[in-house]
Design a protein around this ligand. Structure first.
Ligand code: CP
Ligand code: NVA
Length: 307
């Protein structure tokens, strides 16, 4: 039995397997075929934070795969009515996979520790592995290849940035991150990745132009993530100079794409011109959440056979 708590749990070969299943299932989906690889399997979603993309993409993919899903709302009493251990051990008796979006990363870790079924991280303060899988799939889909490409992150060294760093290294993509001072990605991430892959191409800077030079994909996220709303005004000041605008996009490769995990704040981390412009792939990227999670679930639940 496997969990997907962070991409540290997944080897480069396994990431390739997930993306290969994703591609197969997306190709069939676009041809009108929904392959029921998880008939009768049940997924429960437990979310402590808001979500559009993660929730709907998981529910839709489970339906397409022939399984069922159940969004547990407040009435389930997660964290309130009984201990987390009792909640997780009972819930996992009845379902095959639990997707958790929690405020604290430790909550997902604890749910996994007490579950007899697979647990998937649907975003924590530390990581967003499902997002990163969809993002790397999107880059490959856009360009037809991944190896040797560069992804530039401009903004906060946050949960999404951390998962992208892992995904990039596993797939041979250079990862360059530009943050304001005080918002850097935890240096332990690069240290660990360099141990796992001595050839990993990783750079951290405070200069967005340096990060995007030679990049095939320029990626940003909100300056204040969920739970950081009280810091919003301060962050707007601190992130000055880190907005992705047409000038910054022009400093990347000429065919570079713009990416954002969404939701976005036009006028803050990205201009409307870039967000809604020809280089933006954000809608396709969001749609790929569903396709990549199909690949991930089929792999995680061992339904991929020889693929
Ligand atoms: N990108 C993402 O995870 O979106 P949601 O917060 O809407 O799920
Ligand atoms: N960094 C953002 C991502 C939302 C999908 C957050 O955690 O709110």
């Amino acid at each position: 039995m496997r969990h997907l708590i962070t991409l540290d749990d997944v080897s480069p070969t396994e990431v390739e397997t997930i993306l290969s299943i994703t591609h197969d299932l997306k190709t069939k989906f676009l041809a009108g075929v929904r392959e029921p690889l998880l008939p009768g399997r049940m997924m429960a979603l437990v979310f402590e934070k808001q979500s559009l993309r993660t929730r709907v993409s998981f529910e839709a993919c489970m339906t397409h795969l022939g399984g069922g899903s159940l969004m547990l709302g407040d009435e389930a009493g997660f964290g309130k009515r009984e201990s987390l251990a009792d909640f997780a051990s009972v819930l996992s008796e009845m379902v095959d996979v639990i997707v958790v979006r929690s405020k604290a990363h430790q909550t997902v870790v604890d749910v996994a520790a007490h579950s007899s079924c697979s647990v998937v991280n649907g975003l924590t303060d530390l990581a967003h592995p499902c997002q990163a899988l969809a993002d790397l799939y999107t880059i490959r889909e856009q360009f037809g290849d991944l190896k040797g490409r560069k992804l530039a992150w401009v903004g906060d060294g946050n949960n999404v940035a951390r998962s992208l760093a892992y995904a990039c290294v596993r797939l041979g993509v250079e990862f360059s991150i530009a943050t304001p001072k005080g918002y850097e990605l935890d240096p332990a991430v690069f240290e660990r990745l360099r141990v796992q892959d001595p050839d990993a191409k990783l750079t951290a800077t405070h200069d967005p132009r340096e990060a995007v030079a030679g990049a095939s994909a320029v990626y940003t996220d909100v300056w204040a993530s969920m739970g950081q709303e009280a810091e919003q005004a301060q962050r707007v000041k601190d992130f000055a100079g880190h907005q992705v605008d047409a000038g910054l996009m022009a400093a990347a490769d000429k065919d570079a794409i713009f990416m954002h995990c969404l939701p976005a704040k036009r006028g803050e981390e990205v201009t409307a011109e870039v967000m809604d412009g020809p280089q933006s792939v954000v809608v396709t990227q969001a749609g790929n959440r569903m396709h990549a999670q199909k690949g991930m679930l089929v792999w995680l639940l061992g339904a991929h056979g020889d693929r």
